[in-house]
Design a protein around this ligand. Structure first.
Ligand code: TDO
Length: 190
């Protein structure tokens, strides 16, 4: 009995993950991952990488995907609030090119599970955000890439006030459009 709960989202394969949460006089205990629970829910990838990012308000990271050998990811907010987005880039998927977003925060304690083949990104909506990732598959610096956060064909509604530009890395500012990304080849190993 893990206490983790999984809620399928609109895009097939995306899951909202509700961790096990217990409080007592000392504070709280949060279990964000348990292999058996994920396996029973159909998510059986092996965790290879675990990392944390700290970002200021209005920082936007993404939209990232590795090619070939895309990683599945479990994203959980340890502190703060983000708008977390997955974009379906699985060739042949009936929802290819579509996005779905979820508010994740330390208050709602929701996590987002993205299967292999989704690009991922988020916008920070609090003064800062501490975000935890668990990733299946190894990080491949040469294959690490993605698509522009403001790609018109994908059309993510980040909820940014009109005229407001997010803070992005130089790398993210130079990511290709979805059309250019497609011209560069498949996300899967041929
Ligand atoms: C992603 C990653 C980066 N790095 C290094 C490369 C670089 O020197 C430094 C910062 O990398 P980046 O600028 O790519 O970090 P960042 O822009 O935060 O990248 C992350 O963005 C979000 C949206 C994701 O989905 C993650 O999987 C990851 O791609 O950390 C690793 O060593 N291992 C990793 O797994």
């Amino acid at each position: 009995m893990s206490g983790l709960e999984f809620t399928p989202l609109r895009l097939e394969g995306l899951q909202k993950v509700t961790p096990f949460y217990a409080t007592d006089l000392r504070g709280y205990f949060l279990k964000i991952y348990e292999k058996g629970a994920f396996r029973r829910a159909g998510m059986d990838g092996e965790i290879w990488e675990s990392f944390v990012t700290f970002s200021k308000r209005n920082v936007l990271r993404g939209l990232h995907i590795q090619r070939p050998n895309p990683q599945a990811k479990l994203v959980t907010v340890l502190y703060g609030e983000i708008f977390d987005v997955g974009v379906d880039l699985r060739q042949g998927s009936p929802t290819y090119g579509q996005w779905e977003g979820l508010v994740l925060s330390h208050e709602n304690r929701q996590g987002l599970y993205l299967p292999e083949g989704f690009a991922h990104g988020f916008l920070v909506r609090s003064d800062f955000a501490l975000v935890s990732y668990l990733c299946s598959g190894a990080y491949d610096p040469k294959g690490d890439g993605g698509v522009r956060w403001d790609d018109a064909d994908i059309g993510v509604d980040w909820g940014l006030p009109r005229g407001m530009r997010p803070i992005v890395s130089q790398r993210d500012g130079n990511l290709p459009t979805l059309a250019d990304f497609e011209r560069q080849g498949s996300i899967w190993k041929e």
